[in-house]
Design a protein around this ligand. Structure first.
Ligand code: 4AD
Ligand code: MG
Length: 484
């Protein structure tokens, strides 16, 4: 007798031997001659069916086998009589580890809304949809490490508690030590900041980039992959307060090399998911198709999920400058006679409607926009030589825009010239003494270098076809949810 995951049991080449399956009951169906119990252990989207003869087990045992209960069923693995599965278990022993009172268990075998499932984040991994998303998320994370390892990058662990604001956007969560012997607030109700990180002002990192640059200027090619935090109060389907970011940083890479890497990287990891998560993706595709039926024709996705993923893997991304994109947007009307909600003009921060117009309506493929106006981008980006076609100064930035998502990657070539970087830091009002260590890399052996950040949840969102970023991370942290 051996204990194997359901995934392996379902793929068994031989039958007739005794096995034990352990997992959670999805459904129990009774007919005159047999009781069918569908068991799932999370190893695959598919259930293993156990068949029990009614007289063989006590009524008490069978009564306890309900949706959500946890069981171990031992029996003979036999060819299945039913359609849909090759093998099933003819049960000889049923052990119930944990019951799930049908009156109380919230996950009954019916369709639950995503909103409802978000309220029971502690149980939703037991649903087909979420277990599929979580397995795909795992596969993508593995593919990320594999890609960089295969290409000579070193995984650099950057700090989560940091004194720097990498994006200079000030959207940070502050770290405070609470001394249980002292009240955390002053008599006026203000937070007592003397209780900061051992006397220093620190925050949760918004990006590992600045520390990543230190790594690249020693190891040549590094990447980070860790949690990042943004205190922006954005209640959208694309923003989280805590998300995972992948940030490669490469010495001797210019903007063009950076774009080539970004494109090859996303195509490779999506290709990995297509190859290794076929069952889960097919399940999610069917789910989406069902959902689409209730939408008006115009809102339906033009391609089924698997086709959309294959399209991205097999086609070149469209590359153009911000200035060229603005020209296109100025000449375009997104919906018949209606204009964009946010007016277009050189210098604006592109809104999601603009990005999605370019990707979904104009080019109909992923887009890489480059050379953004200096004023709307971060202080560390390399300044362009004067470009006659652009109305103002630009930087060597690149954003990768995806259908249904908008910005999935943000990156740039970095300013490696000490004087230019120092001037920019002072211009935007950053205190140089706070990032003296960053500036020193430009004084000692500076080198051209580039990097980018991919929001991992936005990638998972794209690959799974889910509609809300809260549904692709096990425990979403948003302004309205941080239950546990
Ligand atoms: O464009 P961002 O802010 O760039 C950086 O942080 C750079 N330091 C990256 C680098 O060059 N190393 O963020 C990068 C990506 C975005 O393109 C987006 O995919 C994701 O991170 N992102 C978010 N994902 C979920 N929720 C949020 N609140 C996000 N903010 C950014
Ligand atoms: Mg960005």
């Amino acid at each position: 007798m051996s204990l194997l995951p359901v995934k392996q049991l379902l793929a068994s080449e031989t039958t007739g031997h005794t096995i034990t399956v352990k997992g959670w009951v999805r459904t129990k169906r009774e007919s005159k001659n047999a009781i069918f119990i569908a068991i799932n252990d999370g190893s695959t989207i598919h259930n293993l069916q156990a068949v029990a003869e009614p007289g063989q087990f006590s009524e008490e045992t069978l009564r306890l086998v309900t949706t959500g209960s946890c069981v171990a069923i031992t029996g003979t693995l036999v060819e299945s009589q039913g359609s849909g599965q090759k093998v099933e278990v003819k049960a000889t022993d049923i052990h119930v580890y944990g019951t799930a009172d049908p009156e109380k268990y919230p996950l009954q075998p019916k369709k639950h809304s995503m909103e409802f499932l978000r309220e029971i984040a502690h149980l939703r991994p037991r649903t087909n949809t979420f277990s599929a998303v979580l397995r795909i998320r795992h596969a993508l994370a593995f593919a990320v490490h594999k890609y960089f390892n295969d290409n000579g990058f070193f995984y650099l662990h950057t700090p989560i508690i940091t004194a720097s604001d990498a994006e200079g956007a000030g959207e940070m969560f502050r770290v405070t030590t609470l001394d249980m012997n002292k009240p955390p607030r002053t008599d006026e109700g203000d937070i007592d900041y003397k209780q900061d990180f051992f006397g220093r002002e620190t925050n949760l990192t918004v990006s590992g980039q600045l520390e990543g640059e230190l790594g690249a200027l020693a190891l040549s090619k590094i990447y980070t992959f860790g949690p990042t935090f943004r205190a922006e109060n954005s209640n959208t389907t694309r923003h989280l307060a805590e998300f995972w970011m992948i940030e490669p940083e490469m010495a001797f890479y210019e903007l063009e090399d950076n774009m080539n890497l970004a494109e090859d990287f996303v195509k490779t990891v999506i290709g990995y998911a297509l190859e290794h998560c076929a069952d889960d993706l097919a399940f999610l595709q069917n789910r989406l198709m069902e959902e689409e039926k209730s939408k008006p024709q115009a809102d339906r996705s033009p391609m089924p999920l698997l086709e959309k993923l294959a399209f991205v893997v097999n086609n070149d991304f469209q590359r153009l400058t911000y200035t060229q994109a603005i020209e296109i947007l100025l000449q375009s009307k997104p919906h018949k006679e209606k204009k964009f909600q946010y007016p277009v003009g050189w210098g604006i921060d592109l809104q999601s409607e603009h990005e999605r117009f370019l990707v979904e309506k104009h080019f109909k493929k992923p887009v890489i926009l480059t050379n953004y106006p200096r004023e709307i981008k971060s202080f560390y980006m390399k300044q362009d030589e004067v470009d006659e076609s652009a109305p103002g100064p630009t930087v060597r930035a690149m954003d990768v825009l995806f259908p249904g998502i908008g910005e999935i990657i943000g990156g740039s070539q970095r300013e490696e010239n000490y004087d230019k970087l120092m001037a920019r830091i002072q211009e935007v009002g950053i205190d140089p003494s706070n990032i003296w260590w960053f500036l020193e890399t430009r004084q000692f052996g500076t080198a051209p270098h580039s990097g980018f950040g991919l929001g991992f949840e936005r990638l998972v969102l794209f690959v799974t076809g889910m509609g809300n970023i809260r549904d692709v991370i096990p425990f979403p942290r948003t302004p309205k949810s941080a239950e546990f």
